[in-house]
Design a binder for this molecule. Structure first.
Ligand SMILES: Cc1cc2nc3c(=O)[nH]c(=O)nc-3n(C[C@H](O)[C@H](O)[C@H](O)COP(=O)(O)OP(=O)(O)OC[C@H]3O[C@@H](n4cnc5c(N)ncnc54)[C@H](O)[C@@H]3O)c2cc1C
Length: 391
């Protein structure tokens, strides 16, 4: 990805690396062959595609960032965003499954778990034998995630969890959930801790399954904790570090949501280019009309800019540098671009964009999640402003 210029300074060559090309080809072939034929079946039934997820595990896509010695693929963020983009071009719901499982649950344990926790949980997650969830959001605390009410009270060798979580991806299909809860209410955000909770623990209750506008085959549920006793060994890091851990996890997660947005936008563009060549009106393909050409040119240019921001965030992340600003910029920009792209794609398809026989109908519904999940666009702008103002 990086070459040297004439005086030896590193310059990016903007080409995909061999690894990126390899995972792109594998992801593309899998999405075309295994996902595309069943997309609408799962979208309509809102059933979680367990068979697809099992295959994702076999491809190594459920442990993309996990080192090989813990059973993962041992890739970095550049390969990770390439996989998510490629899958999301075809089905963003499956892209979201990969993103939430890898970036949130698995990565939280990978980043902040001790050796025993990693050995116990990561190999099953990385292989896809177990599906991971990550529970931060609550009914009364979304953007203000630090305002959570769920508590974890130490009783002997256990923490006893009580409270409610909302909109949790893999809430009902997961086996392992990272849960944040207050261990010391008096300390506010600094009293929040993170725990690994096995979903079959008594008192772990799967509550309402959401009936969603888009991303319908991705599992989203509310969770309740009713005297849920979690062994003290399942505390991640130190008591009081949970909120800071969550923010660090989101710095990585937002890069995956940028890639998800990028895939949706590219999928919408690809479908629109094809349609603009095929559909004739007034005796010629609609792609001959300048109004359509300008739409395609706008979308294509915005996508390239979003891709550069996403790859840059991934590159900086791979170097182990602080990415709060890069991740928020990539996520904010790519998400807004993807919403515009799907809107124009439906317009280019005319009435056919409004019916379920064409892929842009689903992309138009799925896309809205990317301006909301892992921090809304408004929150990304707050984060970016805080970074540039050094607040
Ligand atoms: C499909 C789906 C999957 C999800 N998966 C997960 C998951 O796996 N785990 C998890 O923990 N959460 C998950 N979430 C939750 C998601 O992260 C939250 O929905 C999101 O952070 C926004 O919170 P909220 O919905 O409570 O909206 P609110 O915070 O109530 O926001 C409402 C509006 O107010 C705006 N707003 C709020 N505060 C400010 C401010 N200070 N300045 C300007 N505007 C502001 C917001 O931008 C938004 O437009 C998921 C959500 C969805 C829809």
């Amino acid at each position: 990805m990086v070459m040297n210029d004439m005086i030896g300074n590193p310059v990016p060559d903007f080409d995909l690396t061999e690894n990126m090309k390899m995972v792109r080809d594998v992801a593309k072939a899998f999405a075309e062959k295994e996902i595309k034929p069943v997309i609408m079946k799962y979208d309509e039934s809102q059933e979680f595609p367990l068979d697809i997820v099992k295959n994702l595990g076999e491809l190594g896509f459920m442990g993309v960032l996990v080192p090989a010695d813990l059973g993962g693929s041992g890739f970095g963020y550049l390969e990770y965003v390439t996989i998510i983009e490629e899958i999301s071009k075809i089905d963003p719901s499956v892209g979201l499954t990969i993103a939430a499982h890898n970036s949130l649950c698995t990565n939280h344990i990978l980043l902040f778990g001790n050796d025993a926790q990693k050995k116990k949980y990561i190999p099953d997650l990385a292989s896809g034998r177990k599906i991971g969830a990550w529970a931060l959001t609550e009914p009364t605390s979304g953007s203000d995630a630090g305002g959570m009410l769920t508590t974890a009270v130490r009783e002997g060798d256990y923490y006893v969890l009580n409270g409610n979580k909302n909109f949790i991806t893999h809430g009902s299909v997961g086996q392992v959930t990272v849960v944040t809860a207050l261990t010391d209410k008096s300390k506010g955000k600094k009293g929040i801790s993170a725990f690994i909770v096995e979903n079959n623990t008594p008192g772990f209750i799967v509550a309402k399954k959401e009936n969603k506008m888009g991303m319908r085959s991705s599992d989203t549920t509310a969770l309740a904790f009713d005297n849920c006793r979690v062994p003290k060994e399942n505390l991640l890091g130190e008591e009081g570090n949970g909120f800071a851990q969550a923010l660090a996890v989101l710095d990585g997660g937002r890069i995956s949501i940028s890639a998800l947005a990028l895939g949706i936008a590219q999928g919408a563009l690809d479908a629109s280019v094809k349609y603009a060549k095929e559909r004739k009106q007034f005796g010629k393909p609609i792609g001959d009309f300048q109004a359509i050409q300008w739409k395609l040119a706008d979308i294509a240019t915005h996508i390239e800019a979003a891709r550069l921001l996403t790859y840059r965030a991934a590159f900086v992340k791979n170097e182990g540098r602080h990415t709060t600003r890069e991740s928020a910029m990539a996520k904010f920009y790519a998400a807004e671009v993807a919403v515009q792209a799907t809107n124009e794609a439906v317009q280019i398809h005319g009435g056919y964009g409004f019916i379920k026989d064409f892929p842009v109908e689903k992309l138009y519904r799925d896309v809205k999640l990317v301006t909301i999940g892992e921090g809304t666009s408004e929150i990304q702008k707050l984060v970016i402003a805080r970074e540039i103002l050094e607040l």
